[in-house]
Design a protein around this ligand. Structure first.
Ligand code: XIL
Length: 359
């Protein structure tokens, strides 16, 4: 075997450290560690974050991709029929560009954060509204969004097929294929994803939900629908007693890869809502859950990127959505509310450290 000239090998390493997308790796930030594995590390970005310089410094140190947390959702982008509004989203996209970060688009079709006017439409105008929305939003961001959550949370929570959303009830299951096709027309280069939660664990409900997803994928692929990947939201819950395990996850990721799909972790966080109040105990269990989860997903070659849903506990959505019974704020993210690194941050960094050659 011929040896590669040293210069070329050095160039290859430098490129790997920049990630596939030219994002410079910053010291020991999470993006730099992820880039050594050919991955991008991302975070959701709130609008409020844009006005917090210290938080932005932390984001710039650790992150190579952002997902606008709310600004690309339907209620923000099309508050009235046909009146589109991108001022908030464009501020976030401009921030990403200035900082050489890529952007994940979230989300074109979802059953939440919808404007009221949509819900009263009859099927035919509803389908027309969906087409206009997908085409308009994905065209607006064309060339600026690397992957789109085209359809968010289409699966029934209990694992019984598709979710009975407004979309399913009024348009039938074809709304998923339609949305993917319209997104492809509007932005031929973006990676198009179906994104959902509750697909990571080892319980029977998760197993059923995985079957629902694989059935949906197989149908879409038989019909020639453009679908490039699956987003696993990965809103995890630190377990009260057992050690966190993700024993069945690697085989599921393999099933996705065998279908030719990319995998992204799109909204990772670890809720401590089932744990007692003591901070050290919570932080340890959250950190262990991050470590176990990353050990399960990192070996998967189809994995492209990992995004946490915020970077510091001051950003988390979980206190509103799933408050702790003792009223304490949750500690689900790598940095605490004062922007200090927590055990979760160390656990992520340690798990990302390459133990073998970068792939
Ligand atoms: C959440 C945001 O973080 C909150 O700010 C907002 O109030 C509600 O939505 N799954 C998703 C995300 O796909 O869009 C949700 O984000 C969290 C759950």
């Amino acid at each position: 075997m011929r040896r590669r000239p040293l210069l070329l090998a050095g160039l290859g390493l430098a490129l790997a450290a920049c990630g596939a997308l030219g994002r410079p790796a910053k010291g020991n930030g999470l993006q730099a560690l992820a880039a050594q594995r050919g991955l991008t590390w991302g975070s959701a970005l709130s609008l409020a974050a844009l006005d917090q310089p210290e938080l932005l410094t932390l984001i710039q140190h650790n992150v190579g991709a952002i997902t606008p947390e709310n600004a690309l959702k339907w209620d923000a982008t099309e508050p009235e029929p046909g009146r589109f509004s991108f001022s908030d989203a464009d501020r976030q996209l401009a921030y990403a560009k200035r900082n050489q970060m890529t952007v994940r688009g979230h989300a074109l079709v979802w059953h939440r954060q919808l404007p009221g006017w949509l819900e009263s439409l009859e099927p035919t105008p509803l389908r027309q509204a969906l087409e206009r929305h997908v085409q308009h939003v994905a065209s607006h961001t064309r060339g600026r969004v690397i992957s789109w959550d085209v359809v968010n949370e289409p699966l029934d929570e209990q694992g019984h097929g598709l979710r009975r959303s407004l979309w399913l009830e009024k348009l039938g299951p074809d709304y998923i294929a339609d949305a993917l096709r319209w997104a492809r027309q509007a932005d031929p280069k973006a990676r198009l994803l179906i994104n959902d939660y509750g697909l990571e664990g080892d319980d029977p409900q998760t197993a059923r939900k995985r079957v629902s997803l694989l059935t949906l994928i197989d149908q879409l692929q038989r019909d020639g629908v453009p679908l490039d990947g699956i987003g696993l939201q990965a809103h995890l819950v630190a377990p009260r007693e057992d050690e966190p395990r993700f024993a069945t996850l690697p085989a599921f990721l393999q099933q996705l890869r065998q279908r030719g799909l990319a995998v992204e972790i799109t909204e990772l966080d670890v809720s401590d809502r089932e744990l007692p109040s003591a901070t050290a105990l919570r932080d340890g269990r959250v950190a262990a859950t991050y470590g176990a989860f990353l050990r399960a997903v990192l070996p998967e070659p189809a994995l492209k990127q990992i995004t946490t849903w915020g970077l510091s506990d001051r950003d988390t959505w979980l206190n509103g959505a799933f408050p702790r019974s003792d009223g304490l704020p949750q500690r689900p993210l790598p940095y605490d509310a004062n922007l200090q690194a927590k055990p979760a941050r160390s656990s992520i960094a340690a798990t990302l450290q390459p133990t073998e050659a970068p792939r």
